[in-house]
Ligand binder design. Structure first.
Ligand SMILES: [Zn+2]
Length: 81
């Protein structure tokens, strides 16, 4: 086992925490977004969200035109290499 020293295993999604500020809940959703000014069209950034903050974060991204789609956290591992 040679995961990075701080214990963060990039491809292990069994301990995911909501991206909302101050929230320590485990995330159940992956919000995929793209900022056309910074990212190529195919690029996807991912925010994680718990049930409570999913709507808030989607609204935040949507208001800026960044939100692309939202998928269950379990689906992120499958589609993100
Ligand atoms: Zn949350």
């Amino acid at each position: 086992m040679t995961d990075s020293p701080d214990g963060r295993a990039e491809d292990a999604i069994d301990e995911v925490v909501c991206s909302a500020k101050g929230c320590r809940s485990s995330a159940t959703w992956g919000l995929r977004w793209n900022n056309p000014r910074l990212h190529t069209a195919e690029r996807r950034k991912v925010w994680l969200a718990c049930d409570e903050h999913r709507g808030h974060l989607e609204h935040f991204l949507g208001a800026r035109g960044f939100h692309r789609d939202t998928v269950p956290v379990g689906d992120l591992a499958a589609s993100d290499g």
